[in-house]
Design a binder for this molecule. Structure first.
Ligand SMILES: Nc1nc2c(c(=O)[nH]1)N[C@H]1C(S)=C(S)[C@@H](COP(=O)(O)OP(=O)(O)OC[C@H]3O[C@@H](n4cnc5c(=O)[nH]c(N)nc54)[C@H](O)[C@@H]3O)O[C@H]1N2
Ligand SMILES: Nc1nc2c(c(=O)[nH]1)N[C@H]1C(S)=C(S)[C@@H](COP(=O)(O)OP(=O)(O)OC[C@H]3O[C@@H](n4cnc5c(=O)[nH]c(N)nc54)[C@H](O)[C@@H]3O)O[C@H]1N2
Ligand code: SF4
Ligand SMILES: [Mo]
Length: 839
């Protein structure tokens, strides 16, 4: 019975996996012995979905993270040049004193907004339910009135398409792929991304494979033969960045062959609404009725008129007055032909709208947005798209016909389309579930960028502040291009202090030179709050060691249905401190101590005691920290069913409907999804650099994390390689294992060649996430475009963010996770490869 007694010495704690940024949100059942983590296992929750968790290799190895040599154990002060990575160990007192003094100095000279905070939380565990490191950093920015750097342009395909089509992104990001294990579709279109066995390596991979086993056909649209393609029933290989052309041709098939769901389009989309030919705006009641007519309509409604012909004579919904109705949308009744007025957020139209109407009312020529879409997509047929996408016409036609005929069919768009035109590509793919009505099917739906935490339980995301009036929230958002512009113009807000928390921009926010040469030299102080040595800490003046997920106590709602006591598995290593210590210490010395009067534990109690969310407040006995410490996992008061964000079909777009036609975008020429060639297809550029540069994410790392764990490094091959099709290599005289240089005008990186038929000719793939110190020369991202600058901004990106802020209403910008108004171009740069001379 030695085994039993050995086991009885072990303590169990639950810890959020540090690879949480893969959006699987796995939680590690962590076994602790003699104060050390010995192993991690998957965790079993409570309720009908208790078994939904799995772990990937990273979760199984995560217990190594606290003990790695790269771990930062003490506060550090730079002694070498920035970038050299030479530091001395100092005391917390000295670190806090010196940092605070510099913040005060910058504030005196340039105002508190000269403090620029990078708070991008993707790589932070428990980020979607308001973990304390995030919440307190945000609280600091709000109380200090600092500038918060708008998040880097990542994952823009889903961000922009959700904003344009459905009003915002966050609502749709809480979806979990587990949903499809319960509501299995007949057909699954995975478009742009590599979820199976790679980017969604745990529960989601299981979902897809289980679905397939039960009969769902999986079709994957991608550019190379990745792990998802290998598992799919059909792989559709497409030329990089050309997805909109294929998707628009499929939309054309659905419309021209009458395969669309008229009822769905009429109720839930802007399809019936007339658009003015003169200005591209939706026709409004004020355009066709006089003040008098509208006032009359309101009176009629108030008097309880007969109801016959209501649409024409009154069309006034209960509760509307003459000031609301001016904005009503206008549809066209089939017989008799007459306008139908439709207020925003009303689904049932009183009449029989003609989806294909083209009419002139009061001298204004109009067409329905559906007719406009029909005309817009008509140039893209399965045949015409072939030259652009490389997808044979017969394949395009077969896929769309099967997708429609297999209803309910589902669509999963992930983030693989990382090109300047990503938002347009994803909007085009959105048309398939919208037009076919599969979006309205319980066993169909669309997932775009699912963050995966299901029921969105409000534990005060990002602010820890029911004590806080929204009006008191200070601070502002700053785009990187504004920051860069400020260096050229002393009249503008100057930025002098850079505080970076839980992200690694020098590695992950291309390009590297942007930070090291353009931003950092202007900063009087760079503070990095980290767990480990990174490419960004190398440039810090001070590094503050934070207690990691195993070490600090937290509460979290990993998948939306259970609240879990997290962390506190082991003591903080070295002198690492919890976030309450770090932020309170600085706050006291920069004049905002009153807002930071609690310890980590007190914040957790406060958070639980003040929450207003019925998922928690209606539990009996109430969830206190003591109860949670005891029970570890408590089932929340949420429905047993998986969360379904599409259920209500009420959208926060201006019309309350799905807006595949967006009037705000008509002035910039893209009211509807359009094919815009990606930059890598520009013939002039291609002449100079013929290959697509693809710095992709590694299977065994989570962005820049896990790269130090020896076992995972071994799995990943221990070094970055340049993947190439043999034909591409042969043209350049390159063989397997040759040392090569990948280069373009921005820079060059060296690695060994790896030849593989899995990649199409014309690309060079580097798994990018190894730190700079692993390369003999520069790391690969020196070749990438500088994201978030004028080079990657455009009118569409800017307009998307404007629409997002407008939809959010009066909420302070820093509370809605401001994101760069630019596009991501991770795969949208060109390069060439040459063999290096043998040394
Ligand atoms: N192992 C691991 N998992 C991760 C991460 C990690 O670093 N490592 N990172 C996490 C994060 S932050 C994110 S955002 C997600 C991203 O996860 P995904 O979106 O799934 O992955 P990406 O690496 O962006 O996408 C790469 C895939 O996109 C496809 N692709 C590339 N270009 C095109 C194109 O033009 N058209 C189409 N249709 N497909 C194309 C390729 O076939 C390629 O396999 O992964 C998360 N999961
Ligand atoms: N070339 C290239 N670049 C890319 C991508 C790509 O595919 N190719 N993918 C892009 C995408 S989609 C994303 S989302 C971004 C991700 O970019 P990042 O968010 O920068 O990604 P990570 O490498 O996960 O960085 C998270 C950092 O936070 C630290 N950290 C983790 N937990 C804590 C904590 O509790 N406290 C503190 N203080 N620190 C913590 C980790 O040690 C790690 O260094 O990268 C983007 N960059
Ligand atoms: S890295 Fe692996 S174990 Fe960790 S959350 Fe992602 S899938 Fe789960
Ligand atoms: Mo991401």
């Amino acid at each position: 019975m030695a085994i039993a007694s050995q086991e009885s010495d072990e303590r169990i704690a639950y810890v959020a996996c540090q690879g949480w940024g893969c959006h699987e949100h796995c939680t590690l059942k962590t076994f602790v012995k003699d104060g050390k983590v010995v192993r991690t296992e998957r965790m079993i929750l409570k309720g009908s979905q208790a078994e939904r968790y799995s772990l990937c290799q990273k979760g199984i190895m995560a217990g190594r993270l606290p003990y790695l040599p790269e771990r930062i154990l003490h506060p550090l002060k730079r002694i070498g040049e920035r970038g050299e990575g030479k530091f001395e160990q100092i005391s917390w007192d000295q670190a806090i004193e010196e940092i605070s003094a510099k913040i005060n100095e910058a504030t005196e000279k340039h105002g508190s907004r000269s403090v620029l905070m990078n708070l991008f939380p993707c790589g932070l565990t428990n980020n979607t339910t308001g973990s304390l490191p995030y919440a307190l950093a945000v609280r600091f920015s709000h109380t200090f009135d600092a500038s918060v750097l708008a998040a880097p342009p990542v994952d823009m395909a889903g961000n922009q398409s959700c904003i344009a089509d459905f009003g915002d992104m966050i609502i749709y990001f809480h979806q979990n792929t587990y949903y499809w294990r319960v509501h299995r579709p007949n057909y699954m279109l995975i478009w742009g991304g590599n979820p199976i066995g790679w980017s969604r390596a745990a529960s989601s991979s299981r979902t897809f494979l289980e679905m397939q086993e039960k009969g769902t056909k999986i079709v994957d649209v991608g550019i190379f033969y990745d792990t998802t393609a290998a598992k799919a029933d059909q792989f559709v290989k497409i030329n990089p960045g050309t997805d909109a052309a294929l998707a628009l041709s499929m939309a054309n098939v659905i419309i021209s062959e009458g395969l669309y769901d008229e009822d769905f389009l009429t109720k839930h989309t802007v399809a019936p609404f007339l658009v003015r030919e003169d200005n591209g705006q939706f026709l409004r009641r004020r355009d066709v009725q006089s003040q008098e007519e509208m006032a009359h309509a309101v009176r009629m409604a108030a008097g309880g008129s007969s109801g016959i012909s209501q649409g024409y004579l009154t069309g006034v919904t209960e509760g509307q007055d003459s000031s609301d109705i001016v904005e009503d949308y206008v549809a066209w009744n089939i017989t008799p032909g007459r306008p139908l007025f439709v207020p925003a957020h009303v689904t049932d139209i009183d009449g029989c709208p003609d989806l294909l109407a083209s009419v002139t009312i009061k001298g204004i020529a109009c067409k329905t947005s559906f007719l406009k879409l029909k005309e817009h997509v008509s140039k893209w047929t399965p045949e015409s798209q072939e030259a652009v996408t490389g997808v044979p016409a017969a394949v395009a036609s077969k896929v769309v016909h099967e997708y429609v005929a297999s209803r309910p069919s589902a669509t999963y768009i992930y983030y693989g389309m990382r090109y300047m035109n990503a938002g347009q590509s994803a909007r085009a793919v959105d048309l398939l579930p919208i037009l076919s009505g599969n979006l309205g099917e319980k066993n169909g739906r669309l997932m775009t960028g699912a963050l995966g935490d299901g029921h969105n339980v409000g534990l005060d995301f990002g602010i820890v502040a029911p004590d806080f009036e929204l009006a008191n929230v200070k601070g502002t958002a700053a785009n990187l291009d504004e920051v860069l512009a400020s260096f050229e113009d002393p009249e503008k807000q100057q930025y002098k202090v850079f505080i970076n928390c839980f992200s690694n921009p020098v590695l992950n926010w291309p390009n590297r030179q942007l930070w090291t040469e353009k931003v950092f030299p202007h900063m009087d102080l760079i503070v990095v709050n980290e767990l480990r040595d990174t490419d960004t800490t190398a440039f810090a003046d001070y590094v503050l060691p934070e207690a990691g997920p195993f070490e600090r106590e937290e509460i979290g709602v990993p998948l939306g249905d259970c609240i879990v006591h997290l962390g506190a598995a082991i003591e903080p290593q070295g002198e690492a401190k919890d976030p309450a210590f770090i932020w309170s210490s600085i706050a006291k010395r920069v004049g905002i101590g009153e807002y930071f009067d609690k310890t980590n534990e007190e914040w957790l109690r406060f958070k639980l005691d003040t929450t207003q969310d019925p998922a928690l407040t209606e539990l009996d006995p109430p969830v206190t920290l003591d109860r949670l410490r005891e029970e570890k996992i408590i089932r929340l008061n949420v429905p047993d069913e998986v969360d379904d964000c599409w259920e209500a079909m009420d959208f926060i777009t201006p019309s309350g409907r799905i807006e595949f036609y967006r009037e705000e975008l008509s002035d910039i020429g893209v009211p509807m999804a359009s094919y815009v060639p990606p930059r890598i297809r520009d013939p002039r550029m291609k002449k100079k650099y013929p290959l697509q540069f693809f710095p992709g994410r590694s299977r065994f790392f989570m962005q820049g994390q896990f790269t130090e764990i020896p076992e995972l490094r071994d799995l990943a091959g221990n070094k970055s390689t340049v993947g190439m099709n043999p034909a591409t290599a042969f043209e350049r005289g390159i063989g397997e294992g040759d040392a090569v240089e990948v280069f373009n005008d921005r820079g060059a990186a060296q690695a060994l060649a790896h030849l593989t038929e899995a990649l199409p000719p014309g690309m060079a793939l580097l798994w990018y996430a190894y730190p700079a110190k692993d390369y003999l020369t520069d790391p690969p991202t020196v070749l990438s475009s500088p994201l978030g600058t004028a080079e990657t901004n455009d009118a569409f990106g800017t307009e998307c963010m404007q629409m997002r802020f407008k939809a959010a209403g009066p909420i302070p910008i820093t509370l809605i996770n401001p994101q760069c108004a630019s596009n991501e171009t991770y795969w949208d740069d060109l390069c060439d490869v040459r063999k290096l001379p043998v040394a």
